[in-house]
Design a protein around this ligand. Structure first.
Ligand SMILES: [Zn+2]
Ligand SMILES: [Zn+2]
Length: 286
């Protein structure tokens, strides 16, 4: 499978507004100055995956794509968990993600590695002052909830509260491992779906964009690496279409449906799955 050769693009730091972003990276160096414990490392990964679930199940599959239903309480919980990942507000994220699907790899796409280079698609676009706006007109279904609008406008409150709580409970070690290291890993793991998932991997479906399926990215991001599947049928809550396509987010949302927390999970239509199982070509070979 050949992969698209992409330009690295010009790396822009975007000035003063991006200082907190780089400061969190720099603070990871404090691991050499705080007490080490395996418990702190475990906390780092626990908060990584908990907040990753907030992004994949919440920001992405629920708020951006409405691929399942839930109650107002769990809706707020998902928004809160996603907000703790420090990727701006839930309504900002969902409204901009809908733009990505509308224009994927065409003019108007906010983060296309084939058009604007790797660095822009990975971090440049999220730091850019050009993309600070929440497009409320694209998310009328979500903007009607005052609690979500509040959270969207005060998106730094939950992560700062998390950092303060970690420091209060576990001291500097918990703050550094549980917040700075965990958040930096979480950022770059999430950002691979905008950058690497449009560059490395296989293409089952001949979509008009450059999306790929990549098992390594799927494991890292709890199922988001099946990105070619997702671009082909974005309404599906399930992004790993087959049993061998590991999709932790879907498994957890399914388990939650058994106890009534989620319902009306949208699955990929049978015709997409039957074609693959019959071994018929469904995508133009690269
Ligand atoms: Zn999407
Ligand atoms: Zn994409």
């Amino acid at each position: 499978m050949s992969n698209t050769v992409i330009p690295s693009g010009t790396f822009k730091s975007h000035g003063l507004a991006s200082i907190p972003f780089w400061a969190v990276h720099a603070a990871c160096g404090l691991v050499f100055f705080v007490d080490f414990s395996w418990g702190a490392v475990a906390l780092c990964f626990a908060l990584f995956f908990a907040r990753m679930f907030g992004i994949t199940a919440g920001y992405h599959r629920y708020f951006s794509h409405r691929s399942f239903k839930t109650g107002r309480g769990f809706q707020f919980f998902l928004a809160l968990l996603g907000t703790m990942s420090v990727q701006k507000g839930v309504l900002w994220w969902a409204s901009n993600h809908r733009v990505h699907h509308k224009y994927s790899d065409l003019e108007g796409d906010l983060h296309s590695p084939s058009r604007d280079g790797f660095w822009h698609s990975h971090v440049g676009w999220i730091l850019s002052p050009d993309h600070e706006e929440t497009h409320y007109d694209r998310i009328p279904d979500l903007a009607k909830y005052p609690e979500l609008r509040w959270l969207n406008e005060h998106f730094l409150v939950p992560p700062v509260a998390l950092a303060v709580a970690l420091f209060a409970i576990g001291g500097a070690s918990w703050l550094v491992w549980g917040f700075f290291v965990s958040t930096t890993l979480l950022w770059h793991a999430t950002f691979t779906i905008n950058s690497l998932s449009h560059v490395y991997g296989s293409r089952r479906y001949d979509t008009t964009d450059t999306s790929r399926n990549n098992v390594w990215l799927a494991l890292l991001t709890m199922g988001e690496g099946w990105h070619n599947n997702h671009h082909h049928y974005m309404n599906s809550v399930r992004q790993g279409f087959f049993w061998w396509e590991v999709d932790m987010t879907f498994y957890i949302l399914t388990a939650l449906s058994w106890v009534g927390v989620t319902w009306d999970l949208i699955k990929p239509p049978a015709r997409l799955l039957e074609t693959e199982i019959a071994g018929q070509p469904v995508a133009a070979a690269e």
